[in-house]
Ligand binder design. Structure first.
Ligand code: ATP
Ligand code: MG
Length: 405
C-alpha cells in the first residue's frame, strides 16, 4: 500500500513546531521533528509576523533535512481565546417520502455539512467539524451509519470556529515560509488523539494542555467531544509571579522555575538554592517558598478547569479523570495539586510513539497533528478566501484517508 508523507505545523505561544511523518496503512513513523522558540506569538496568535516566519522557517527546514523530503501542504495546529466550540446538528432525508433507503457516505457527508449552518459572529469561520454520533430515525448514538436503512439521518457534531483575521495571519506566515495550509486543527483535540486511548475517551476524560499563555481543554464522553475551552492563563503567569515576588528578572525566574519549581509545597524538598542574578549578585531561594508562589497560580488554573468541567454536567461521569499536557504539566507536584482541587484522577499525557520527545507532554499537540490522519473530515471552511489548490489538497487527503484507513 502507498506510503504518504504528512506534515504538521503547531503554532504555540512559546515555539513553532514542525513534524513530518510517514503514514502507511494507518501506521505512523516520524521522519522529522523540530521546534524553534519564538516570541512572535502571544496567546496563540501572531503578534510579530517576521519573528514567527523566522522561527517557522528554521523549524521546517530542520525537520525537512531530517526527513529528506520536501513538504508544501501542512496541517496547522492553533489555539487562542478567539477559538470557540459548540455542539450542532444537521440532517438529511435518506429514503423517498416515508420509505427508508440505504445510508450512503454522501448522506453522511451531507448531514455533517448541514450541521455547519450555525450562527457565528461576523469575523468567525468554521475550521473543524467533528462528527460525534448519528441518529438514524429514532435510534441515537450510532457511530457508523453507512449501509444502514433509514428515512432520516441526523449528524451530531462539534464545531470549532476561529477568528478570520487570525487565520489569515497564520496563512500569511505559512506562505512566506513556502508552505500552504491544508487544514486548521484545534490543538487540544490534536493532543487528545496523540495521548488518549479509545477507552479513556469512551468512559469520560478531560484533556488539559497547559502551555505558556493558554490552557486549552477538551472534555470527552462516549468518544464524543462534549466541551472545549481556552483559558487565557498558562506557565508564563507562573514565571511572572516568581519574578514579581522574588524581585528577579523574568529570564532568571523562568530558569528557576524550570530547575527548581514544584507545584505542591508540602512535598517540595526542604532546600535552599543559590540563584545568580545580574551584576554578579546572588540570592538564596527556598524551594518551599518558590513552590508556594507556583501553587497559587496553578490552583487558579485548576479552578478555571474545574469551572469549565462543572459547566458541562459531565462532572460526575469522567471515569478516566484528567490528562495533562503542555510544558507546564512538567512541573513536579502538579498532578498531586490538581487531584486535590479537581477531585479526579490526574495523569501526565505521553505520546505512544517511538521518538526522543514523545514522553515530553509539551509536544503532544504537535505529535497529534499526525494522529489526526485517522480523524480528518473533508469539510470546507464556510467563509473566507480559499484557493483552488487548498481545496484540491484537502480532497487528495480525504481520498487518501478513505483508501488507507
Ligand atoms: N520543566 C518544566 N517545568 C515547568 N514549566 C515548564 C517546563 N518546561 C516548560 N515549561 C513551561 O511550559 C510553557 C511552554 O509550554 P508549551 O510549549 O506547551 O507552550 P506553547 O504551546 O508554546 O504555548 P500555548 O499552548 O500557551 O500557546 C512555558 O511557560 C514554560 O515555562
Ligand atoms: Mg500549546
Amino acid at each position: 500500500m502507498d506510503k504518504k508523507i504528512w506534515c504538521g505545523v503547531d503554532f504555540g505561544s512559546s515555539k513553532v513546531g514542525t513534524i513530518i511523518g510517514e503514514i502507511q496503512e494507518g501506521n505512523i513513523r516520524i521522519l522529522g521533528f523540530s521546534f524553534e522558540e519564538t516570541d512572535g506569538i502571544k496567546e496563540g496568535e501572531i503578534i510579530n509576523l517576521g519573528k514567527t516566519v523566522d522561527a517557522l522557517q528554521k523549524a521546517v527546514s530542520r525537520a525537512k533535512e531530517q526527513a529528506k523530503v520536501e513538504v508544501k501542504d501542512v496541517i496547522v495546529g492553533i489555539t487562542g481565546s478567539h477559538i470557540e466550540g459548540k455542539v450542532s446538528q444537521g440532517f438529511v432525508a435518506v429514503g423517498k417520502g416515508r420509505e427508508s433507503g440505504e445510508i450512503s457516505e454522501q448522506h453522511v457527508a451531507q448531514a455533517i455539512e448541514n450541521s455547519k449552518t450555525i450562527q457565528l459572529a461576523q469575523d468567525q469561520e468554521i475550521i473543524q467539524v467533528i462528527p460525534n454520533s448519528f441518529r438514524v430515525d429514532h435510534r441515537e448514538g450510532i457511530k457508523e451509519p453507512v449501509g444502514m436503512l433509514g428515512v432520516r439521518l441526523d449528524a451530531n457534531t462539534y464545531i470549532i470556529a476561529a477568528n478570520s483575521t487570525s487565520l489569515r495571519n497564520y496563512e500569511l506566515a505559512l506562505t512566506k515560509a513556502g508552505l500552504r495550509r491544508a487544514a486548521f486543527y484545534f490543538q487540544p483535540i490534536a493532543a487528545s488523539y496523540a495521548v488518549l486511548d479509545e477507552e479513556e475517551k469512551e468512559s469520560g476524560v478531560v484533556l488539559a494542555d497547559i502551555g505558556k499563555d493558554t490552557t486549552d481543554i477538551v472534555v470527552w464522553y462516549q468518544n464524543e467531544v462534549i466541551h472545549t475551552a481556552v483559558i487565557p492563563i498558562g506557565g508564563d503567569f507562573i514565571t511572572h509571579d516568581i519574578s514579581i515576588v522574588l524581585k528577579i528578572q523574568k529570564k532568571i525566574a523562568e530558569k528557576l522555575k524550570m530547575d527548581h519549581g514544584h507545584a505542591y509545597p508540602d512535598i517540595a524538598p526542604e532546600e535552599e538554592n543559590l540563584v545568580e542574578l545580574s551584576r554578579g549578585k546572588t540570592k538564596k531561594v527556598n524551594k518551599k517558598e518558590l513552590a508556594e508562589i507556583i501553587e497559587a497560580r496553578v490552583s487558579q488554573i485548576m479552578n478555571h478547569i474545574k469551572r469549565e468541567i462543572t459547566s458541562t454536567e459531565y462532572r460526575d461521569r469522567l471515569a478516566s479523570g484528567i490528562v495533562l499536557t503542555g510544558g507546564t504539566s512538567l512541573l513536579p507536584g502538579i498532578d498531586t495539586l490538581s487531584e486535590e482541587i479537581l477531585d479526579l484522577p490526574v495523569s501526565i499525557g505521553e505520546v505512544n510513539i517511538a521518538h526522543d520527545y514523545s514522553s515530553n507532554p509539551r509536544f503532544a499537540s504537535l505529535f497529534g497533528l499526525l494522529y489526526i490522519v485517522r480523524h480528518l473530515t473533508p469539510h470546507k471552511p464556510t467563509k473566507g478566501v480559499k484557493s483552488k489548490e487548498i481545496k484540491n489538497a484537502l480532497k487528495k487527503m480525504w481520498e487518501f484517508l478513505k483508501e488507507n484507513m
